[in-house]
Design a protein around this ligand. Structure first.
Ligand code: IPM
Ligand code: MG
Length: 378
């Protein structure tokens, strides 16, 4: 089958890691008999340089015609002094809203090979350690196109005050809850809804709707937690969590915290999903797939960046947008195999080398090793 993929390499190390992800995708295509056609598009700082806008309308229009979008990273110090609505990050918000990807899936698991990279103490990891995992394996489902990110904001006429508003409709909450329940279904069947219902009215609506919906999923254990407590529990006993579902702002904050306790932000992938079949001929939901690390401009183009998060994001794309589970698992197994073999990019080096086989490699060599492992030549 043929799939069209919008590629937005973006800025900094974005192009370095996306190049490796497409090599691996093509190898998976050859192995399993699929063709991936790429449509390369500009967004972020590079688009500002060429067109004056972070998200040129042509980029959004072209992305809408594709089956899914793979993004590297956007932003850098060069554009940091621009006014808010002209900064590279606006491209992300515009793509999310424009493609209607309202559910952001951010998995954070501690890989056994990188155990010692985790900044938490062993006794913390031992608490509530889910069976078969090294310490913790959780998934944050963050609402992505609503809440305070997209609410009414402004300044008072006299300039002495400013406001941002958190607004959620029932429809917005329910659709992301359903995606979170579906995710819990194929995981450990636990869902924790995180809010601030002791203070915020919008949180009380989230809680009411979760309570109502939980009746449709009696085999899933639903729990509730205030966001301040959740921030604490993540570093006290991360193993207690399976799926966390929460609003846009809380999810932004908690997912950074969850990523840092894996000790390897260069490894974490993400998927942002919308309604099923919102693109022509598409199997799964329309999606944006991106590594959660930033653009790291200081190491851009130097063959240092870790391409594994981008490669794992491509695997998520195969799984969620194209329904290619076998192919996704094969890429994930190949990544696991290169880690087992001791290959490390600089960001994950020197942190856990059980067999004493660790070898530091660059972006391209890491990508090539995954490709070889995928094709069974590893
Ligand atoms: C993220 C980022 C973005 C967000 C920024 C860059 C706008 O922090 O994807 O988590 O806040 O959503
Ligand atoms: Mg963030």
């Amino acid at each position: 089958m043929n799939y069209s993929i919008a590629l937005v390499p973006g800025d900094g190390i974005g192009p370095d890691v996306v190049a490796q992800a497409t090599e691996v995708l093509d190898a998976a295509g050859d192995k399993f008999g699929h063709v991936f056609n790429y449509v390369e598009l500009e967004a972020g700082g590079c688009a500002i340089d060429h067109t004056g806008e972070p998200l040129p309308p042509e980029t959004l229009e072209a992305a809408k015609q594709c089956d899914a979008l793979l993004l590297g990273a956007v932003g850098g110090p060069k554009w940091e002094t621009l006014p808010g609505n002209l900064r590279p990050e606006r491209a992300l918000l515009g793509l999310r809203a424009g493609l209607g990807v309202y559910a952001n899936l951010r998995p954070a698991a501690l890989l056994p090979q990188l155990w010692s990279a985790c900044p938490l103490k062993d006794e913390v990891l031992a608490a509530d350690n889910p069976p078969g995992t090294g310490g913790f394996d959780l998934l944050i489902v963050r609402e992505l196109t609503g809440g305070i990110y997209f609410g009414k904001r402004g300044r008072s006429d006299d300039g002495n005050s400013a406001f941002d508003t958190e607004t959620y409709s029932k429809v917005e909450i329910e659709r992301v809850l359903r995606i979170a329940y579906a995710a819990a279904e194929v995981r450990r069947k636990k869902l924790c809804m995180v809010d601030k219902a002791n203070v915020l009215e919008s949180s009380r609506l989230w809680r009411e709707l979760t309570q109502a919906l939980s009746r449709e999923y009696p085999h899933i254990e639903t729990s509730y937690m205030y966001v301040d407590n959740c921030a604490m529990q993540l570093v006290r006993s991360p193993g207690q969590f399976d799926v966390i579902v929460t609003s846009n702002l809380f999810g932004d904050i908690l997912s950074d915290e969850a990523s840092v306790i894996t000790g390897s932000i260069g490894m974490l992938a993400s998927a942002s999903l919308g309604d099923p079949a919102s693109a022509p001929g598409q199997k799964g939901p329309r999606g944006i797939y991106e590594p959660i690390h930033g653009s790291a401009p200081d190491i851009a183009g130097r063959d240092i960046a870790n391409p594994l998060a981008a490669i794992l994001s491509a695997a998520m794309m195969l799984r969620y947008s194209f329904g290619l589970e076998t192919e996704a698992l094969a890429i994930e197994a190949a990544v696991n195999a290169v880690l087992d073999a001791g290959l490390r990019t600089a960001d994950i080096a020197g942190r856990g080398d059980p067999g004493g086989t660790e070898r530091i490699v660059g972006t391209r060599e890491m990508g090539a090793a995954v490709l070889k492992a995928l094709l069974g030549e590893g």
